[in-house]
Design a protein around this ligand. Structure first.
Ligand SMILES: Nc1ncnc2c1ncn2[C@@H]1O[C@H](COP(=O)(O)OP(=O)(O)OP(=O)(O)O)[C@@H](O)[C@H]1O
Ligand SMILES: [Mg+2]
Length: 316
């Protein structure tokens, strides 16, 4: 570990297909490229991040291992679930794999509440206590990763249901990935309201690391306008100056189950994520995030990584 304390960052936006998974995975790869260790926690039953990092949840289960569903259902600590995909990122990235069974976690836990309430020796308030404990389970599980990794990056599903809210409860920071479109801005108000509730009721430390504009087309003034509107809405300091340009390389990477850092023609895109991570670290440096950081490696080392060989650079 190079940070003094592990920073838990959730990528949250209830809108589908706005870059949550690609930014979670690419940010993990950028941290690794800079020599930091990262653990990606996949709370989405679609398991795109797990898949992208080359982990097969069913294989994990066959080998007698766990998936994130066990963190919720059986209170398994995430440190016992994490696996490090072999021969990628020099071991600097681990994954707590998602599983399609995550989609049944919420109804199963709610069923426990109903069973409890059916007991004549309990009151309605006991049901509330159990619900509260359920919402804290991911946080408790992820706490086992603190001290083990520089950053824990949580990918989330495209809704504001139990899996998303428990991820917000588990995190120190949230990043809002967004693609330029009018609809997104309305959704962001609903997300902000949800986060305010999470802060009031469960996690007062949760802070906005920044709003990230991806799929950004530098050739149209419309996308620039969206960036400006976001800066007005969230204040310029809370919208990342780094934008992620639109590129077909991301879809190619997704389809090839590799990160943009491993794409043979992904150098330019990888550089944008390295810039983003440096911005995150510098921004954090002004708050509690920063007091915990060691200096970044020199620019030459970074160049070498972006040049293609993440593993070589990570090993020395
Ligand atoms: N900068 C970009 N330029 C072009 N395409 C992109 C860019 N970033 C991501 N994509 C592509 O957009 C699609 C949606 O991205 P991604 O899967 O990261 O979104 P998501 O928010 O995780 O989606 P979901 O809500 O379904 O989980 C993917 O095919 C991805 O490869
Ligand atoms: Mg996704």
């Amino acid at each position: 570990m190079r940070f003094r304390d592990t920073q838990v960052i959730v990528f949250a936006n209830q809108k589908g297909g706005c870059g949550k998974t690609s930014s979670t995975v690419s940010t993990a790869a950028a941290f690794a490229a800079l020599g930091y260790s990262a653990c990606v926690v996949d709370t989405d039953p679609q398991c795109n991040a797990t898949d992208n990092l080359g982990v097969d949840p069913d294989e994990a289960l066959r080998d007698g291992r766990f998936t994130l569903a066990d963190a919720y259902l059986n209170k398994v600590p995430a440190a016992r679930i994490a696996v490090a995909p072999e021969d990628r990122f020099g071991g600097l990235i681990s994954v707590v794999p998602g599983h399609r069974a995550l989609s049944s976690v919420s109804p199963r836990l709610e069923n426990e509440v109903l069973q409890l309430l059916a007991d004549e020796n309990t009151s309605d308030l006991d049901g509330e206590d159990l619900r509260r404990e359920h919402r804290m389970r991911l946080r408790k599980s992820i706490d086992s990763l603190r001290g083990q990794f520089d950053v824990v990056l949580i990918d989330t599903p495209p809704n504001l249901d139990f899996l998303m809210t428990s991820a917000l409860i588990a995190a120190d920071w949230y990043v809002v990935p967004t693609f330029p479109s009018g609809y997104d801005l309305k959704g962001l108000e609903v997300l902000t309201r949800t986060i305010d509730k999470v802060r009031k009721q469960y996690n007062k430390e949760l802070s906005l690391a920044g709003v990230l504009l991806g799929n950004y087309d530098r050739t149209t003034s419309l996308d620039k306008q969206v960036h400006d509107v976001l800066r007005q809405r969230f204040t310029p300091a809370l919208v990342f100056a780094t934008t992620i340009a639109r590129s077909v390389r991301y879809r190619e990477a997704t389809m090839g189950r590799i990160t943009i850092f491993e794409h043979p023609e992904g150098k330019e895109q990888a550089e944008q994520y390295v810039a983003l991570v440096k911005e995150m670290i510098n921004r954090g440096a002004k708050g509690s995030f920063g007091a915990t950081l060691n200096p970044l490696p020199d620019a030459a080392a970074v160049e070498r990584v972006i040049g293609g060989d993440v593993e070589e650079a990570a090993n020395g």
